[in-house]
Design a protein around this ligand. Structure first.
Ligand code: 6PG
Length: 249
């Protein structure tokens, strides 16, 4: 167990009972952020997280009360990262988002912006995604495209999106998307960069499970890529369950 506490985490930290509670709180927060953004500037831009944790959140948003309550016509959907695989591959974050959310709610397909990490030229695809973000979004004071809400997970080594420890993507300061390199397959990725993530109006981490306990503490101690997430002019929220928090509340 990594010593230390969660008190070093920046932003607002909520520790909830279990992953169901995390998904419910995430849905309520996203509903609020979407309504606020739509009222302020007519649209809601959201970058979806990949991996397994957000599945329950997406399924919650796309079913029952939330599905009927949310004005999906205001949404513009982006991705925090994508694996270098076909969009219908079981490893694809895009496929996961389609299965759990995008195919279940009335969002115009033209407003879903997939990272084309299946293309052979990953660097070119990352440049194209940077250009897409620049063309579609307002700019933050830093000059980076400003996404209303970026959802993030965190790996057991403290990576987030596809910003993995010791990789070149961590140092990219002049682009909004870049090639990433994971330490598990699919190894090649496209990921948002720190400048893009830290330009967001809201960044929301969803972290559940005892396996993330050490990474959460290491992040609180500033020792992981997730610790590099610090919105310049935005809100940072951590919604974690008790298992990941290690009993801290
Ligand atoms: C990915 C994700 C990645 C994920 C973490 C946590 O493409 O894998 O973007 O950053 O959020 O690895 O994954 P789990 O939620 O599956 O633990």
């Amino acid at each position: 167990m990594t010593p230390g506490t969660l008190h070093g985490l920046h932003g607002d930290v909520r520790v909830l009972g279990d992953k169901r509670s995390v998904a419910d709180a995430g849905a309520a927060l996203i509903d609020r952020l979407a309504s606020t953004a739509a009222a302020q500037h007519g649209r809601f831009s959201v970058a979806l997280a990949g991996g397994g944790t957000p599945r329950l959140l997406y399924e919650t948003l796309s079913s029952g009360a939330w599905r009927d309550r949310i004005d999906w016509s205001r949404w513009d959907v982006y991705f925090g990262d994508e694996r270098a695989c076909p969009p219908d591959d079981a490893a694809s974050n895009y496929r996961m988002a389609r299965e759990t959310l995008l195919d279940r709610v009335p969002i115009d397909a033209a407003r879903v912006h997939r990272m084309e990490a299946d293309l052979p030229d990953l660097d070119g695809a990352a440049r194209a995604y940077s250009a897409l973000l620049e063309a579609a979004l307002p700019r933050a004071a830093t000059g980076a495209p400003r996404i209303d809400c970026i959802l993030l997970g965190m790996g057991e080594n403290g990576h987030t999106a596809s910003l993995f420890p010791g990789t070149e993507a961590l140092a990219v300061g002049d682009r909004w998307a870049t090639r990433g390199r994971a330490d598990y397959a699919p190894y090649d990725r496209i990921t948002l960069t720190y400048p893009a993530i830290n330009a967001a109006a809201n960044v929301v981490f969803l972290v559940t499970g005892a396996a993330k306990r050490d990474a959460l503490r290491a992040t609180a101690a500033g020792r992981t890529p997730s610790a590099g997430v610090a919105p310049v002019d935005g809100a940072l929220e951590w919604i974690v369950d008790r298992s990941a928090a290690g009993g801290e509340v």
